[in-house]
Design a protein around this ligand. Structure first.
Ligand code: S3P
Length: 182
């Protein structure tokens, strides 16, 4: 079974995803890394050269491929993965989806010096984060099976919260990890 993390840029999908995969003893896949390998350059460069629509087409194809497999894995997605309804349906149908919720102000504090995210290279990144949040929060909620509040907890606490949530839901991957533990 696949566990997919969704949420705004900078909400911790990759950091939490990597630790969660380690805890469960399953693979970790970052869809943005797979996209960058495929396009052969950074996402920011690709956005500048080819535009957002071209990026979304590749993102949709990569997410389709990555969610088609049956090998257990934790999949961390890009913040805009929920923009297309085809992605939302596939992510939700093919795994357990966890929305790592973060307020735009918290994200801004973490990302204010970031230069890698094309959508945030604007005069007023906080304003951009607020408008992305208004547009996307309902889409994340529509796609997710569970919502985890990121707020202040440490990565380890967030990983505990996610595993507890999956355990409560009877997710087989958690039980497999438990029985494999020494
Ligand atoms: C995007 C978020 C990025 C990356 C691309 C577009 C977005 O991923 O996929 O720059 O639309 O929010 P992160 O969420 O990992 O920053």
């Amino acid at each position: 079974m696949q566990i997919t993390l969704i949420g705004m840029p900078g909400c911790g999908k990759s950091t939490v995803g990597r630790q969660l995969a380690r805890r469960l003893g399953i693979a970790f896949i970052d869809s943005d890394q797979v996209i960058e390998r495929r396009i052969g350059c950074s996402i920011r460069f690709f956005f500048d050269r080819e535009g957002e629509d071209a990026f979304r087409d590749i993102e949709e194809a990569v997410l389709d491929e990555l969610t088609a497999g049956t090998t257990p894995a934790v999949l961390s997605t890009g913040g805009g993965a929920v923009l297309r309804s085809a992605n939302r349906l596939r992510l939700r149908d093919r795994g357990r989806v966890i929305y790592l919720h973060a307020a735009p102000e918290d994200i801004y504090r973490r990302l204010r010096h970031d230069t890698t995210r094309p959508l945030l290279q604007v005069q007023d990144p906080l304003q951009r984060l607020r408008s992305l949040y208004v547009q996307r929060d309902p889409l994340y909620r529509e796609t997710a099976h569970y919502v985890i509040e990121t707020g202040r907890p440490s990565v380890a606490t967030l990983v505990n919260m996610v595993t507890m949530q999956l355990e409560l839901a009877g997710a087989p991957v958690v039980f497999a990890a438990r029985s494999a533990a020494p």
